[in-house]
Design a protein around this ligand. Structure first.
Ligand SMILES: C[S@@+](CC[C@H](N)C(=O)[O-])C[C@H]1O[C@@H](n2cnc3c(N)ncnc32)[C@H](O)[C@@H]1O
Length: 339
């Protein structure tokens, strides 16, 4: 396996400087898929005018958003300001939706700070013209915690609907076999138990997803440099459940481009935005790589391998004198140790 990752790009300013000239989109610009399916724009999700001209007359069947938790353009802000900002892109998103559409949002709860912003966001959503449908939890395998608290392993996903959109229940079946017996019921005079009666031999995901591996560096779908990548399996489940072939899916916070890749794989169209040109470029490159090679990410390599070679040569050689060399080397060690 390669050992050639990028560090987190949100905290590595030197590397950002190296990658920025490689980015196709400047703020305000749009990339249109030559295959005519998708679009990526470098715009602010809360800029109604920019989103409106990006969307054109297209109506959205499914919105899946994964905003930065209580950060706006990497600056910590207070929770009420964060919620005001969320209200803006939520309303812009609802405006772009079809009369029958689904709306999903990933959002965290800070257990060290009143569980914000999840409950604040839920209250804000009560004022929106959407119906709440489910409160989903994705259970991570690994978590963070201390010996004095429960290990934190959850990621929250809220599901709302506008009008009466389709829901494809088939998408809910996992590959986990049914193993528990014991729910007996009389059918045609005979006592049967649940395994005999069931139509499927696997369990449904329900609203607690325990069968989705979180992304880490050994997985092919890993996109190093990204710090908040969601698993493709989760995005594919949402898209299969709440959209049909050819439907338009939006994601205002592209980052590693997971929604874009999931849409491509499932024959949906995706319009996605990110405020940061680096993540727009990564999302586009991820799509291009998928189309050219079938690979889902870069595992322990990275999206700029053609232009930036890691690991860098040892100190003392001419090449290490170029800007960013020491930072790149240090960061690649950190990332390789992540699990
Ligand atoms: C939590 S990540 C999304 C992760 C994504 N679901 C994935 O699987 O890779 C949030 C992204 O939102 C972007 N972002 C932050 N503020 C934004 C804004 N105002 N408009 C659009 N994107 C923004 C960040 O640059 C970051 O890439």
């Amino acid at each position: 396996m390669k050992n050639n990752p990028l560090p987190r790009l949100d905290t590595s300013s030197e590397i950002r400087e190296m990658i920025l000239p490689l980015c196709r989109l400047k703020p305000g610009e749009i990339w249109t898929d030559p295959a005519g399916k998708h679009k990526v724009a470098c715009i602010d999700a809360a800029d109604g005018g920019a989103i409106e001209s990006f969307m054109g007359r297209e109506r959205v069947r499914l919105a899946i958003h994964d905003p930065p938790y209580n950060q706006i353009a990497f600056q910590e802000r207070g929770v009420s300001e964060f919620i005001d900002w969320c209200r803006r892109w939520v309303e812009i998103s609802i405006e772009a939706m079809d009369h029958d559409g689904s709306f999903y949002v990933w959002l965290g709860a800070d257990q060290n700070d009143g569980f914000q912003p999840l409950p604040d966001f839920m209250l804000m959503m009560r004022g929106q013209p959407l119906k709440p449908r489910s409160f989903i939890t994705l259970r991570n395998q690994r978590g963070y915690g201390t010996q004095k608290n429960w290990m934190a392993v959850r990621q929250e996903l809220l599901y709302y609907v506008k009008g009466n959109p389709p829901f494809n229940v088939e998408a809910e079946y996992t590959d986990i076999p049914k193993i528990l017996r014991g729910y007996y019921k009389e059918v045609d005079g005979a006592l049967t138990e649940n395994l005999e009666r069931s139509k499927a031999d696997t369990i449904r995901a329900g609203n607690v997803w325990i069968d989705v591996q979180q992304v880490f560096y050994r997985m092919e779908e890993n996109v190093s440099g990204c710090y908040a990548q969601k698993p493709l399996k989760a995005l594919e489940r949402i898209i299969k459940a709440s959209s049909g072939a050819g439907d338009l899916v939006i994601d205002f916070f592209a980052h590693s481009g997971t929604t874009l890749i999931a849409a491509e794989r499932l024959g949906r169209r995706c319009y996605t935005t990110d405020i940061d040109p680096l993540y727009c470029e990564i999302a586009i490159r991820r799509l291009e790589q998928y189309r050219n090679t079938g690979r889902l990410g870069w595992q322990n390599g990275h999206p700029f391998e053609r232009e930036i070679t890691l690991p860098l040569p040892r100190a003392g050689t001419a090449e290490t004198k170029r800007p960013g060399a020491s930072a790149l080397r240090a960061a690649s060690k950190i990332d390789a140790g992540r699990d």
